[in-house]
Every structure is written in structure tokens, then in C-alpha cells.
Design a protein around this ligand. Sequence first.
Ligand SMILES: [Fe+2]
Length: 345
Amino acid sequence: MPNLAPMDLVELFRKELELCKVTAGESLVILAEPASRSEYVEAAFAAALALKAHVIQATLPGGSPVPLPSSRTGSGAGLTSLDDNPLALSLLQGADMVLDLTNEGFIHTESLGKILGANTRMLFVADPPEVLARNLPTAEDKDRVRAGAALLKAGRELRVTSPHGTDLAADLTDAHPGFQCGIADDPGRWDHWPSTMVLGWPKTSEGQIVIAPGDILLPFKTYVRDEVTLIIEKGRINEIKGTGGDARLLERFFADADDEEARFLSHMGWGLMKNADWFAMALYDRESLMGMDARGLAGNFLFSTGPHPFMDRHTYNHLDIPLRGCTVAVDGHTVVDDGVLVETD
Ligand SMILES: [Fe+2]
């Protein structure tokens, strides 16, 4: 029996590159590291040829160790071999688009800013094929997340509550609202396939967040078993309450990090990805997926800790924690009602 799976991938990548408006004559660099999924590199190469783009495949040495294991975590430094490689950097800066097939990406790095600053657009892809296919974005998804980001931009306060006791008020002043939609189609834009979310970077927040059983801790990729309450004062986690193992785990994480920046809240927002599967993480080998189903699930509240580029905090001690069953409102306008997404006009 011939293996036709790579053919499916070619079609999948062609659709995605079309969404990213890759056109004939554009230059596309497929960036990889030795441990990248080789079938993704091959499929993307074929898809780019089908679209008559000028395609180059570049493989750099793999990422180096960082404070957390740097494979599909969303928190690591990624491909640090780029940092002292001006020729590679200039190649990426000179491209119309970079398709980043490295395992960790450049999410929180200085190199990313240099590439985007040169008006190169960039799409990061790290999840398994079925996760990509199930969550293939549509052009409408960009409109949906832009509507949410506009609401954040006009808002003064993001309020999150839950039956478990979450009650957080985040100040939206100068909170740099943004979005991810799984499509990188504008010059200088970074995006991540799959992802559909609205997010901002509040500079301060007050209240408490209750992480309930069944919620998810990333990058650990675990489902929470015991309730944990985080007491937030001036945007900082001042206290961790809870009698179970998950509270101890988070206490240990912050203690081991020994990093004051790690204790501050980072980005927060809500998911709009309709086909996301909360249980995907339970069905895959941990290293094989990024966990974007959990981060982007429609109706979640996603908050995070650690880095805050607009407050000059650049720690790699970064947790992404998506919660179910919350109500999220911007100045009283509900965008998630008891864990159910409310579309913004
Ligand atoms: Fe994050």
C-alpha cells in the first residue's frame, strides 16, 4: 500500500498558504531545524511550488536548552542558533514570508522582532497533522478576532468571574490588545496555526483566579485535579492557596524559578477556536503537540504568567493556563458567558 499521507499534507499546507496570501513570485522561506517534522517541510515546499512562490528551505542547528525544555512549550527561547547567524537572519528578513517549522518557534525572542520589523510575515506551525486539519482557519476568523481586539482597545476593564470563585479585574489602559487567527497575511505579522484568540497585556490586575479541576496547566500539559486559588495584587501572584497537589506544584514552580518576573501576570484573553478539542492533549504524546487546542478553545479564558514585553519583563518562566466555565466581560459587555463564547459584532 503506498503512503499517501504526505499528499494530504500538501493539500493542507496549500490551503493554509493560500489563506496567508502566498502568491506567485513571492519569496517564502521554510525554516526548519534537524528535529522538525520532515513531512511538514516536504509538504510546505510542494505547496509553495504549486502556488508558484520562490521557495527556499533553510535548516539551522536545533534550539539550545533553556530554563524549561524547549520543545513545543510556548515558553522557550526557540532557535537560538539564529542569534549569532547574521546571514540566516538577513535571509529571513529578506523574505516576504517565513513558515516557521521549528519545534519551539520564536515567540518570546528578540530575533522575532528583527524579522517582523523587516516587514516579513511569519507563521509558526508545531502541532500534529490532525490538529492542524481540524483547526484550519477561515478568512472570517480574522474578522471575529479583530472585533474582539477592538472591544479590548476601547475598553477600560476586563472582568473575569466563575462559579468556582474567580473574580479578577484587569486594567485595559495601554494593554496592547491583539489577536491570533492562524493566518499570517499582513506584512510584519506573526501568527500561529492553529490559533484563534483575542488577548491583551494588562499592566495591572486585582482579585483572584481559581483554577478548577479539569483546567489545564501549560507547558506542563496536565489537567488540574485539585482547586488552586491565586491571589493577585497589582498584577502579581502574591499567594497560592489550595490543599492539593496542583497548588504545591505551582508553589514549587515559582520557588524553583527564583525569578520575581515569573510571578506577574502576562497576556490574557479568550479563545474563539470553534473546532478545538479540549481532550486532544490527553490523546497525544506530550512532546508531539503544542497544546493550541487548549489555548484557543472557543469560550475559554486564557491567562498567563511571566514575560511582559510592554513592561520590559523577558523571563522564559511562562505559564499558559486556560480555564473553562468563566464569564468574561469588557466594561460589562460579555464575550464569554459561563464558558460559552459570545461572538462580538
Ligand atoms: Fe503564552
